[in-house]
Design a protein around this ligand. Sequence first.
Ligand code: GDP
Ligand code: MN
Length: 383
Amino acid sequence: PPAIRKISEKHDKVFVTGCLEPDTSTPRANAAFVVLARNKEIDGVIQSIKSVERHFNRWYHYPYVFLNDADFDETFKATVRNYTSANVEFGKVEPGTWGFPDWIDEKVAKEGIAKQGDAAVMYGGMESYHFMCRFYSGFFFNHPLLLKYEWYWRVEPEITYFCDITYDPFLKMIENNKTYGFTIAVKELRETVPNIFRYASAYKRTNNLTSQGLWEMFVEPQEHKEEHEDPNPPLPDEVLQGKPASLPPIDPEAMEGEKYNMCHFWSNFEIAKLSWFRSKEYNDFFQMMDRSGGFWMERWGDAPIHSLAAGALLAPRDIHYFRDFGYRHTTIQHCPANAPARQLPRPPWLETTTTDERKRKEEDEYWESWDEPKENGVGCRCR
Ligand code: GDP
Ligand code: MN
């Protein structure tokens, strides 16, 4: 599949090829691991730290920042410190960044959440999960313990790395002028985000943002698409005025021109630049999404929020696919030596989405090519 490789390599290629001895002579980046967790998740946290340390951090010693909506207990802190020699800090989320914001009618929000519970939306009925998603969407990057850092690597309880990472991904992100890195992209559960795309595309439209080529990664190709001037319904006045809207459902007719394909970067792994999240553009995006009420009346995850923000604000060249990282979280994994062929419907480095058959075929061939182990250093000391 050399043709497709050319397309992909135009925007993003594997950072390091071959199996290296870890190079620790380079200076460290201004970066930390970020772990949001609860005390009761200590076992899953230890599993994650063991894996991160074994496959990467025993050579690089990047610090960890642990965040919680409650206080970490002494057992949690001592146990964590037992498993890494790196610097570790523990913090509590800032007031106002967790729970219901003062502008929402709590009764309405709680009813919305209960409804999602009744409808068996995954985690939809769980208040704390909504809090978590909103925190990771709009606030973690401004936590006082993170302000001194420019880069972060997100870690969750119960993750596994299964290949050695023998280079510093932060330095490579910097060297290659990248903003956001992922290793798995999957489809979101539609019922958790029925209206998310309406607001994301309205943001794009109201700010006159033209796609830099990444937005198309999130758009379902429409076979018989008609040219609409303005395919999305206008943003409700309440949202423009900063009041929570009731999230009226999408008029399928009106949305015909542009439909969310549910693709998103799976955000439990992320290596990204904090200044992007702290930028005015990202925060305007978050504000507008937040004010729509979608974190309550629907169960918007931080993964589609981060992804659609990237789609609106970034270009394919800003994104890095860590295709060489062996990574697993619960039931989904990415194995570099045997990459699931069609897990990513739309490689972000493709300039535009196209239904053109030829390109499709090249794409398929591209993914199939990942069945060849060892190429590009992929499969380097995986265990
Ligand atoms: P899933 O991966 O989507 O199934 O969701 P998780 O339960 O793993 O939650 C995502 C992340 O947020 C993990 O790092 C959790 O430890 C963390 N998290 C979720 N809910 C809470 C919460 O109520 N309090 C705290 N402190 N962390 C939470
Ligand atoms: Mn998780």
